[in-house]
Design a binder for this molecule. Structure first.
Ligand SMILES: [Zn+2]
Length: 109
């Protein structure tokens, strides 16, 4: 009887440890995924809480274009990219579309 109790107790402990390990793995996995996403798409993380707002802004681009041209001041030219779409790093001033990102080497198109 005593030994049986010990055995079952050991089994329970093992199950508990396994569960804890699984939970830790899950947390670490989710954290790393979010970290990767934040590094890859920093603009996504910035507007995470107001994703619906940014989506509506994208949909109504014609409406927000007047504001962009007012701040940019460039006449008809395509606005230079400010962030690399591949690695999300901020690009230096004067960076143009089609050039290669100095951080990850990807062509910015
Ligand atoms: Zn890059």
């Amino acid at each position: 009887m005593e030994e049986e109790k010990k055995k079952s107790g050991k089994k329970e402990l093992l199950t508990t440890l396994l569960l804890i390990a699984l939970i830790i793995l899950l947390i670490v996995g989710v954290n790393s995924i979010f970290g990767m996403l934040a590094r890859r798409y920093p603009y996504l993380m910035q507007g995470d809480r107001s994703s619906s707002a940014s989506q509506s802004a994208m949909a109504g681009e014609s409406g927000s274009q007047s504001a962009a041209s007012a701040s940019g001041g460039s006449d008809g030219e395509e606005e230079a990219p400010r962030f690399c779409p591949s690695c999300g790093k901020e690009l230096r001033e004067g960076f143009q579309w089609g050039q290669f990102c100095p951080y990850c080497g990807e062509q910015v198109t």
